[in-house]
Design a protein around this ligand. Structure first.
Ligand SMILES: Cc1cc2nc3c(=O)[nH]c(=O)nc-3n(C[C@H](O)[C@H](O)[C@H](O)COP(=O)(O)OP(=O)(O)OC[C@H]3O[C@@H](n4cnc5c(N)ncnc54)[C@H](O)[C@@H]3O)c2cc1C
Ligand SMILES: NC(=O)c1ccc[n+]([C@@H]2O[C@H](COP(=O)([O-])OP(=O)(O)OC[C@H]3O[C@@H](n4cnc5c(N)ncnc54)[C@H](O)[C@@H]3O)[C@@H](O)[C@H]2O)c1
Length: 479
């Protein structure tokens, strides 16, 4: 039985990083906001994605950092301590409890309704509780769908579902280190998890159907990461397809049958083959949209194809950029748009306006926490050319930078900027090498700020840091 409608100003469905930030913005503006969550407040990112994966990877980088410097190397003879690494990971996920996040909601004045949310018409959401009870919530101004994404398994591999493959949840949450781990997929999850579990002691084989890793990044990123994985002992194989998976009696070892007939045994198999939107059961049919689809939005994150400008979708679910920081950015834009419309103020949706998530396409940064790290922002050369821009690239060997050679002995790495010849600004930058993650924000500011190259010339990097690579890159752009 559905209870009497409960009225709010704003309803947010999904309390991942995106939903939390939409609610934060609208509540801060004085709008009565409720968040609906079916699992844990904090979402995939906090419990089965960013946080646990980076908690697994940070010790790998710390050890590699020490091993890369003579004098420090001698102090670190052993391998990682898996029990300590897993315990640290568990503490970063708060042992998969969301009390801390729930307290934050409460302290911020945001109400929480636990259960499965579904759109039930214009500005209406029903919430099905665990006990089957149903509540009807209505919104005076807006509903934001922030339900995220889930892993996709290829539908055409016999035996896969029965073999209980790992997805990102098991790969980030496993309480034990498998002896042998097969990883399918050469995207970000595949390379990061291959890095982590190999360092924790698993024998790892990485099976990639294409010819390189990280296909959306500059080609040298995938090449250097493949080199790093192989140096760590990962068996990286390209041009390989899995045609069937078998796990006898539902337990024991798993066997992967490859296209050429080879049978590969492992203890676990991780499928890291991409994401699908969590929209199959959120009531999209009630508002004339197709269940299971990514939600198409405009730059203010208002859902296209629904009248009245009351329905928003932000974060993974709109497929603009599947990254926590971009989801939180979209949340800030969405929150501002909801507040402006509630106050009957016009939206500023011009490029880089207060209500336009322009950076999603022009300046979204990403760090891949492998050994070596990859840090990239904006467009690759290929993407810039596809967009019809007249560009040139400047590449530089990071190992030739004084700060890099101090950072680690025999430092290997590479940097590239993509330079727009017509506008004289950078439209993309990529760095690969140990410790490059913290270099990235300088590039993000340059790309998003569209800083003219002649002004960037005056941004002096400190000596002796890896950032001095900027000097060589800018020299190359100025010709
Ligand atoms: C292994 C892995 C590592 C990653 N590492 C990084 C990283 O280092 N950096 C980075 O930027 N990104 C990373 N990502 C991507 C990042 O996790 C996502 O971009 C981010 O979680 C998206 O946030 P979101 O709020 O849109 O969705 P989610 O975090 O998925 O949250 C959605 C929430 O909605 C809830 N929900 C869904 N349906 C309903 C419903 N019907 N009713 C109520 N609640 C519902 C879910 O339970 C969930 O809590 C990683 C992803 C993976 C898989
Ligand atoms: N550090 C980070 O920022 C970080 C870390 C992990 C994940 N993420 C985000 O999460 C998202 C999901 O990551 P992901 O690695 O699952 O997806 P992805 O799209 O990055 O990579 C999936 C890979 O699997 C391959 N693939 C697809 N179907 C296949 C099949 N049937 N057989 C073999 N290979 C197949 C694809 O070609 C692709 O290379 C990404 O978009 C990423 O942005 C970010």
């Amino acid at each position: 039985m559905t209870t009497a409608p409960e009225e709010y100003d704003v309803i947010v469905v999904g309390a991942g990083p995106t939903g939390e930030n939409v609610a934060d913005r609208t509540a801060a503006a004085g709008l009565r906001t409720v968040v609906v969550e079916s699992e844990l407040v904090g979402g995939e990112c906090s419990y089965w994605a960013c946080m646990p994966s980076k908690a697994l990877l940070r010790p790998v980088a710390a050890l590699a950092g020490a091993r890369g410097v003579a004098g420090a190397r001698e102090a670190v003879g052993g391998a990682l301590d898996p029990a300590a690494v897993l315990a640290r990971r568990d503490s970063f996920t708060s042992h998969w409890r969301d009390d801390g996040q729930v307290k934050w909601l409460r302290d911020t004045g945001i109400e929480l309704v636990r259960g499965h949310g579904r759109l039930a018409g214009e500005r209406k959401v029903t919430v099905e509780g665990e006990d089957g009870s149903e509540r009807l919530l209505t919104a005076r101004y807006a509903v934001a769908v922030c339900t995220g994404s889930r892993p996709v398994l290829p539908p055409d591999v016999p035996g896969l579902a029965e073999a209980r493959p790992w997805t990102n949840r098991e790969a980030t949450g496993s309480p034990a280190v498998p002896g042998r781990l097969a990883v399918v997929g050469g995207g970000v999850v595949g390379v990061e998890m291959a890095t982590a579990w190999r360092a924790l002691g698993s024998e790892v084989v990485l099976l990639v159907r294409g010819e390189g890793l990280l296909p959306r990044m500059e080609p040298f990123a995938g090449e250097l990461v493949a080199e790093g994985l192989r140096a760590a002992g990962v068996d990286v194989r390209f041009g390989v397809s899995v045609t069937a998976v078998e796990r006898v009696d539902g337990g024991g070892e798993v066997t992967l049958v490859l296209e050429d007939g080879e049978r590969l045994a492992a203890d676990e198999v991780l499928y890291a083959t991409g994401r699908a939107p969590r929209t199959a059961d959120v009531g999209l049919e009630q508002v004339g949209l197709k269940p299971g689809a990514w939600l198409d939005v405009d730059d203010s994150c208002t859902v296209l194809g629904v009248d009245g400008d009351w329905l928003y979708a932000a974060g993974d679910v709109n497929h603009r950029a599947l990254l926590t920081h971009q989801g939180k950015y979209q949340a800030r834009i969405t929150g501002a748009a909801i507040v402006a419309r509630a106050q009957r103020r016009p939206l500023d949706t011009a490029r880089w306006g207060a209500h336009a998530a322009s950076a999603d396409s022009a300046g979204a940064p990403q760090v891949v926490f492998t050994e070596p790290e990859v840090a990239a922002v904006g467009l690759t050369l290929e993407a810039a050319e596809r967009a019809g821009l007249r560009v040139t690239t400047v590449d530089h060997d990071l190992g030739a930078v004084a700060g890099a050679s101090l950072y680690g002995d025999d430092y290997r790495g590479k940097a590239r900027v993509v330079f727009d010849l017509d506008r004289q600004v950078l439209v993309g930058a990529s760095f690969v090498g140990p410790g490059v993650a913290e270099l990235l924000h300088s590039a993000t500011v340059a790309v998003v700020g569209e800083v003219p190259i002649d002004r960037l010339w005056h941004a002096v990097p400190a000596y002796p840091t890896i950032s001095e690579v900027w000097l060589r890159l800018l020299e190359g752009c100025r010709g």
